[in-house]
Design a protein around this ligand. Sequence first.
Ligand code: SF4
Length: 412
Amino acid sequence: MQLYIHVPFCRSRCGYCSFYSRALPPGGYGVELLRNYLNGLLAEISLWAGRLGRPRLETVFFGGGTPSILPVASLELILKRLRKEFRLEKGAEISFEGNPESMLQLGYAADLAALGVNRLSLGLQSLNEDMLRFLGRPHTRREALAAYEAARMGGIANINLDLIWGLPGQRLRLWLDELKTVVSLKPEHLSCYNLSLEEGSPLRPALERGDFELPGDKEQSSMYAYGSEYLETAGFLHYEISNYARMGFKCRHNLGYWEGRDYLGLGPSAVSTIGDKRWSNPRDLDAWLNRTARGLPPPECEILDRNVRVLELIMLRLRTDRGLRLQAYRKLTGRDFIADNKELIHGLHRKGMLRIKNGYLSLTAAGMLVSNSILEYLFTSTREKLAALSAPEREQSEGPALEGPSDFQGRP
Ligand code: SF4
């Protein structure tokens, strides 16, 4: 099983972000919030380890928010509780997201490494000061480079750098220059996300008002295509639409999501999927603390019926270089994926946008470039076919049948 821990605090809120987090105030109130969160999280760890029968953990991912806002002593307590309550596999991947401004404390990276963190994902986003300001990032280029250096000096041997492309004013040349600088740092992994301003992100209304413009489609296509090509020639494997890794450094945790493995999410807003059940923790620190303190199961649980699983199989697997196992589609639907999507598949194949090899169908780099349209088409056509198969409707139930002890307190 995989474990995700959501740390719901940031130094300040970035303009493009739609994740759940709160800006942590300095001083006493901030300390109190952190303490309450820590107590809630430790309780939730024990609660779920008990409910699930102390499962084995293959990966642990601290995401957020800004996990590097946590003091080392708090992280030590969390990992100690995890090791006590779950069976953490030898060699488990322990990933930790850090933001440059909070990774600069003396010895912080070395402390993370000493506690067993073996993969750091550093939120660079850009090395251009104007772009950083536009995004509302609380750090400078200089701090980003210093944080990377500090992580290396601290002994973290597997580092991912997060970057955003498709920013206002960014052109192909600027993006390729940025990639060149980043590659010269010799990270093991790069995540390059296209700027996406979801509903609820502070910059979205400004985009709708026309306060700024994003690069046009043609420019964005070139940035993706030439950027991917450059990274591949620099020795990175393009193994997912937005992810590139040196040999042996794919992110095991994220691969698990794309391959449909079970995951437990702890902390406010975290999502879990175990077997055919999916649930989300409250997207509010106080509501989450309240439920956790009372040992309550999640408020709602979605049962993933056959239709949902088929759609997710297609959407998630086609994001990866390995692709969709055709036998997995047949097993779930009793149908042939190629025959079901004959015209599209032949058309894409002719254009060099997909390949079929050893029973897997995957998108080529050219296909990944237009993956949104391909996936949208497949989503609609598959949904129609599944509806015709008169599959049972998606059900809602009261909550997972995973009762914890009623008097559970679990506070340290
Ligand atoms: S992008 Fe990251 S650092 Fe910025 S507000 Fe969102 S979670 Fe916090």
